[in-house]
Design a protein around this ligand. Structure first.
Ligand code: ADP
Ligand code: MG
Length: 527
């Protein structure tokens, strides 16, 4: 079929997704029809006898049906790029997803092995559901006849692990490193986009994937995520084995117990712990040293140092595109450990127990900590804003490339769509450049201009007027049929304003052979 051959890869992915939804639609229809039939029955009964509990049952059945449909919709919905991060109960979501493969249960036994339900991860729900849907789908597709799939879930040491293990055909060793490559598929109607999505979603969630496969026993995908911060229990101040003497001030106390401080920080900031080396490597940021430095500034009440330290940290963090979530988790851990330390200090020295003293200290310490966080984020976002602005300016500049051909002839190839803002940039850059580079002939090539609105032509005429006013000749080339039609229709014309040539080559041949090469004196002047 010709349409098959012309399908773009994008369409292919889309069509297959619909097809896969179609595949499971039979199972869904069955699942939805049952509760709906029940609802119908209860409505019938209600007509005859007005009994309250019929309404309740009918309502529950209806909700059941809606839930199943909602579940299906969530998987087939297009990507929600801006979907916010939320706390997700993975086991609950996995169970819902597993139901979508009902029509396969007659041949594949689906076993769940959930060790730690109720552990949350933080993420984009629909994206994650799509990822797991694809993994499950692949597992079912890998089993030709009868077989078994185990979906497992466990949590420990600040991580959540999910695995999907199938008794399917396995993946040959030489194909393992192709997994996740867009369009890599071994299936006749495959798209090879499933695992690409899976890898990208998991990566976005700071998770990682491990694949083990054996052509005799099948395949196991293991995915590991960091646990959501809030599912950890509320943290209280802890008693620590610290050294202190009565004469020690806070600074000495922190210096003496620096090692314990760092160890405690690492136990509290589970997700940052593994990234410490990476952050040191990427951004040359020593999180442990910095945390200690910050705490000393804070207990000594050195406000100026706190602020300037926050500013440099914000910039470094932004410069190396480090994830802010880690910084936040780290700072929260610093705050908690700091308070645990103060608590232990008081246990030993008894100097903070006085109520007024305590509240003053609380105010001072938390204010300085907040000051640090605020300044860090302000300087972080300022740096990012500046970066975006600079990139935008660079893009604007690149979108008007005036290429010198000879000292007096330049070419401006226009590409893409020209809107008001861009036409202003073009005008500005062209006129400045003609002035500074003494361009005498400017060839504007339009073959890359995609959209032709009458407005675009009007704006171009404006640019050409400007060029002429600067005493520069203008040659326009590369008219597309759409452009010409639009000009005829609107009566707009370049006549008396610019020379027109069909192609850039023609225009160049013309200017080279007709005008004397630069630097030579024309014969008429010579005689
Ligand atoms: P598709 O399913 O459209 O082929 P995917 O990206 O989902 O695309 O998968 C790519 C390829 O990886 C599949 O064609 C298959 O060869 C292999 N694969 C993925 N999951 C499994 C699995 N559980 N068992 C065996 N092979 C798999
Ligand atoms: Mg797939």
């Amino acid at each position: 079929m010709s349409t098959e051959a012309h399908r773009s890869p994008r369409n292919e992915a889309h069509i297959s997704q619909l097809a896969s939804v179609g595949q499971i639609a039979a199972g869904i229809a069955h699942e939805v029809r049952n509760p709906l039939t029940a609802v119908k029955g209860f409505l019938q009964l209600l007509k005859e006898r007005k009994e309250e509990h019929y309404i309740e049952v009918a309502q529950a059945e209806l909700e059941n049906a809606i839930g199943i449909l909602q579940n299906l919709l969530n998987v087939s919905k297009p990507d929600l790029e801006d979907e916010p991060f939320e706390s997700i109960d993975l086991t609950a979501e996995l169970e819902l997803l597993m139901q979508l493969f009902q029509d396969q249960f007659y041949r594949v036994e689906l076993v769940k092995s959930f060790q730690d339900p109720g552990t949350y991860i933080s993420g984009r729900k629909n994206q994650l559901k799509k990822a797991f849907f694809n993994l499950l789908k692949n597992a079912f597709e890998a089993i030709p006849g009868k077989g078994r799939i185990v979906v497992g879930h466990s949590a420990s040491d600040g991580r959540v692990t999910v695995y999907i293990q199938d008794s399917g055909t396995g993946i040959p060793k030489q194909k393992m490193n192709m997994l996740g490559t867009p369009f890599f598929t071994t299936k006749q109607n495959g798209t090879g986009m499933g695992l690409t999505l899976v890898f990208s979603v998991i990566y976005q969630h700071n998770g990682f994937i491990q694949v083990e496969s054996d052509e005799k026993t099948g395949t196991r995908f293991t995915i590991t995520f960091p646990v959501a911060a809030h599912s950890k229990k509320y943290k209280e101040v802890v008693r620590l084995q610290l050294q202190s003497t009565e004469q020690m001030d806070l600074k000495q106390y922190f210096r003496t117990n620096r090692k314990a401080f760092e160890e405690q920080l690492l136990t509290e900031a589970v997700n940052v712990r593994d990234k410490i080396d990476e952050i040191l490597r990427v951004g040359n940021i020593n999180l442990l040293d910095n945390a200690y430095k910050l705490v000393i500034f804070i207990v000594e009440g050195r406000e100026h140092e706190v602020i300037s330290f926050a500013k440099t940290e914000g910039v470094t963090w932004a410069k190396h595109s480090l994830t802010l979530a880690f910084k936040l988790e780290w700072l929260q851990a610093v705050r908690r450990v700091l308070w645990s330390f103060l608590y232990n200090y008081d246990l030993m020295s008894g100097t903070i127990s006085d109520k007024e003293h305590f509240f003053n200290l609380e105010k001072r310490i938390n204010e300085l900590m907040d000051l640090f966080v605020n300044h860090l984020f302000i300087s972080y976002s300022q740096f990012k804003d500046d970066l975006i602005r600079a990139q935008r300016e660079m893009m604007d500049d690149l979108s008007v490339p005036i290429i010198p051909f000879t000292p007096s002839i330049s070419i401006l190839p226009l590409i893409g769509t020209i809107d008001t803002e861009r036409s202003l940039t073009i005008e500005d850059k062209v006129i400045t450049q003609i002035g500074t580079a003494h361009i005498e002939t400017l060839i504007i090539d339009l073959s890359g201009v995609l959209e032709v609105e009458p407005d675009v032509i009007r704006r171009l005429i404006g640019v050409i007027d400007g060029v002429r006013m600067m005493g520069c000749q203008c040659i326009i080339t590369g008219f597309r049929p759409g452009f010409v039609k639009m000009m005829v229709r609107t009566g707009l014309t370049f006549e008396n304003k610019a020379v027109t040539k069909a192609t850039l080559q023609q225009a160049l041949a013309d200017v080279i052979f007709k005008s004397p090469p630069p630097g030579t004196v024309s014969p008429s002047v010579h005689s």
